[in-house]
Design a protein around this ligand. Structure first.
Ligand SMILES: [Zn+2]
Length: 280
């Protein structure tokens, strides 16, 4: 079993390769999350794109692997040390309605969080992504993932995405192929687009000035999703871009740096995917 990057920090996406010649299926479990493997490019190699949540406990963790083969199946596990990433703390000023939302806003926020939970709960059972992930905008990324943020000196939250310095009107692209599972305005996120890349992996783009895709639409790497902007809880125009895997928030910049070309699922011509569910 091989993990890339081999030094695992909180918030890191991990490419896991297992050599299992003759296996008919491989799955695993790591920190309470199901790890699904698909056959890799090389014969006998199985691959999973997984990761460790930004708030994962620092210290040893157990990665369990279950290999189903004929006539025998095998279970094994490995201890993976999770290292602290030492994220910064910063203070920001935003409009008061985003720190202390009124009752009407709270109702809206609650409903929207249920919509998002439903979206993240269902993912295509096979990888929809192919090859490396590409930056969503032609703009500089800030070192902002994992930063502990104080809003107006009060509410502390962990920044679970990467901010790109994109001016309003900058085209935002699909980082990889997948299905648009959410494309609508939300309270904090502003105009928001979520793409399902399959097997529990999602990318989420926020604060668009305009959305150009529809829920249920299949997108390819590089397709324009909309234009960046300053809608929702922002201090100014930018693109907030987040990566989620099985509910874990991963560092998007680290995902962009992963070389996936040798471990990529076979390319499929996919016009429609019946596997995702539209939020109601
Ligand atoms: Zn952000």
């Amino acid at each position: 079993m091989q993990l890339t990057p081999d030094v695992v920090v909180a918030g890191s996406p991990e490419l896991i390769r297992v050599s299992a010649p003759g296996a008919t299926s491989v799955d695993g479990e790591w920190l309470g999350r199901k790890v699904q493997f698909f056959p890799g490019a090389r014969t006998g190699e199985w691959t999973a794109l997984a990761g460790v949540d930004v708030e994962a406990p620092i210290g040893p963790s157990t990665l369990k692997i279950h290999i189903i083969a004929m006539p025998d199946s095998a279970d094994f596990s490995r201890t993976v040390e999770i290292h602290a990433a030492h994220y910064r703390t910063e203070s920001l000023g935003v409009q008061p309605k985003f720190v202390e939302p009124g009752p009407e806003a709270l109702k809206q926020i609650h409903e929207q969080s249920e919509v998002k939970a439903k979206v993240f709960a269902s993912s295509a059972p096979e990888p929809l992504w192919h090859g490396d992930f590409h930056a969503p905008v032609a703009a500089a990324a800030t070192d902002s993932f994992g930063v502990r943020r104080m809003f107006n000196g009060k509410l502390a939250s962990i920044h679970k995405g990467a901010d790109f310095r994109a001016h309003t009107g900058t085209p935002v692209h699909a980082a990889n192929s997948g299905v648009v599972v959410l494309a609508r305005p939300l309270y904090f996120e502003g105009n928001c687009v979520i793409i399902d890349h399959g097997m529990g992996l999602f990318t989420e783009s926020m604060h668009f000035s305009r959305i150009d895709v529809k829920e249920g639409q299949h997108v390819n790497t590089g397709d324009v999703l909309g234009l960046s902007g300053a809608t929702g809880r922002v201090t100014g125009p930018h693109l907030h871009w987040a990566v989620r895997w099985q509910g874990a928030s991963l560092d998007p910049i680290k995902l962009l740096h992963l070389n996936l070309s040798g471990s990529t699922p076979p390319s499929k011509k996919t016009a429609a995917h019946p596997h995702h569910h539209r939020p109601r």
